[in-house]
Design a protein around this ligand. Structure first.
Ligand SMILES: Cc1cc2nc3c(=O)[nH]c(=O)nc-3n(C[C@H](O)[C@H](O)[C@H](O)COP(=O)(O)OP(=O)(O)OC[C@H]3O[C@@H](n4cnc5c(N)ncnc54)[C@H](O)[C@@H]3O)c2cc1C
Length: 383
């Protein structure tokens, strides 16, 4: 009766993971994307050890590290001043999304997903999508992994995201040959944006420089970016700046409806402190695919959402804790205290680092913050 068991819309990290897991589980899967691969995605491309672990689990092989620059050092700054430089930190893998996503997409095809990339969608229902060329395909379960501007989320809820809580990032790619000296540090700048930060990630052949954070308190994000690029010694007029929304911690409590599931940015699954989204996209894609497989096995496609939601419980809990902790790190009135504590405390620096590298989960961090809170408050009261 249906052309496929599962249609996955979007072939980024969430969609390629979902399609791979579902196809490996024996489902007939269509993988749809309006773009053809390789395609770019605005992103810092930081691929953490958390991402690497999920990659291994989902794709059944280790991530080829020769495709990334792996660093064990980082410099933290605030208002242009160095706060701390750390060495011997957990590995940070810096990737190019053009390359990473093409690899993930390739895995999905190898697993047996049918390629519907380069197909723009003109209409969708809960079980059928129609392409602009007039063709259509159907399946009892749909997975929307179509990013922050998700048409699947729009179809279900009327909007893809909440403009009051959404994040926004700006980036440039500085080619090595024109402006960058060799051996630039991996750098994070607190305070480069309000409720956000700046980053400079040196890679093979270029450096990704960006500023991002909550959109609402940063109506002047472009001038933050200009100032940041200048502070790093680059010419802000030499390279075109690109921008993209990111769901900065405001995940969807109900990630879908009945037989239609959302994963990755479409479900709002980005860490509200570090901005990490690739790992959560892949993991939530896998969780959605498993929910779909289980619902199909039970001959009850409409139970897929309940299964998906219970699969996402731990991730949601982590992101909720992160949203609470974010106030300590990013709230303007706490910035001075946080920076001073960060400068002073090796433990805080290492915890932040382990978090950024994907080695530490928020419940563990929250326990540690609660234990240290009296001292932290005392220090802040004493100036
Ligand atoms: C500036 C910036 C920097 C970031 N830096 C990092 C970082 O360093 N590390 C990190 O882990 N995360 C980072 N993130 C977050 C990360 O980029 C996302 O969380 C991640 O890409 C989400 O993956 P996804 O598969 O859900 O969506 P996407 O990667 O956005 O993929 C969605 C796919 O859906 C397709 N699509 C969209 N609409 C349609 C449609 N109508 N029909 C068909 N296909 C469609 C798109 O073409 C795309 O291929 C950053 C985000 C931003 C904005």
């Amino acid at each position: 009766m249906f052309d496929f068991d599962i249609i996955v819309i979007g072939a980024g990290p969430a969609g390629s993971a979902a399609a791979t897991w579902a196809a490996k589980g024996g489902a007939r899967v269509a993988l749809v994307d309006k773009a053809t691969f390789p395609r770019n995605k605005l992103c810092g491309g930081l691929f953490t050890e958390r991402s690497r672990a999920y990659y291994r689990e989902i794709f059944g092989q280790d991530f080829d590290l020769s495709r990334a620059v792996t660093r064990h050092d980082i410099t933290f700054c605030h208002a242009g001043q160095e706060v701390a430089t750390l060495t011997d930190i957990p590995p940070l893998h810096l990737t190019m999304r053009l390359d990473l996503d093409a690899t993930l997409f390739g895995h999905a095809l190898d697993a047996g997903a049918v390629d519907y990339t380069g197909h723009a969608i003109s209409q969708l229902t809960e079980t059928k999508i129609t392409f602009k060329n007039g063709n259509s395909i159907s399946a009892p379960i749909l997975i929307g992994a179509d990013g922050v501007n998700s048409i699947v989320a729009k179809h279900l809820f009327g909007t893809a995201f909440d403009t009051k809580t959404i994040g926004f990032g700006l980036e440039i790619e500085v080619p090595e040959t024109t402006q960058t000296p060799a051996n630039l540090p991996v750098r994070i700048d607190f305070g480069a944006a309000v409720w956000g930060y700046g980053w400079s990630f040196p890679k093979k052949g270029s450096t990704t420089v960006g500023v991002g954070g909550l959109r609402a308190p940063n109506p002047d994000m472009k001038s933050h970016m200009r100032h940041y690029v200048q502070s790093l010694g680059f010419d802000p007029d030499a390279i075109k700046v690109k921008g993209h929304h990111l769901p900065f911690g405001d995940f969807r409590k109900t990630p879908g409806r009945d037989n239609v599931l959302l994963a990755g940015d479409a479900a709002g699954l980005v860490d509200p402190i570090t901005g990490e989204g690739i790992a959560f996209a892949m993991k939530s894609g896998q969780i959605a695919a498993q929910a779909a497989l289980d619902a199909l096995a039970a001959d009850a496609p409409k139970t897929a959402l309940d299964r998906h939601q219970s699969g996402l419980r731990d991730m949601h809990r982590n992101l909720r804790i992160a949203r609470t902790l974010r106030r300590i790190i990013f709230a303007p009135r706490w910035q001075k205290t946080f920076t001073a504590t960060f400068r002073r405390s090796g433990t805080v620096r290492m915890m932040y680092m382990r978090l950024l590298a994907g080695e530490l989960e928020y419940p563990e961090l929250a326990r540690s913050v609660v234990a240290r809170l009296p001292r932290y408050l005392l220090n802040s009261l004493c100036g």
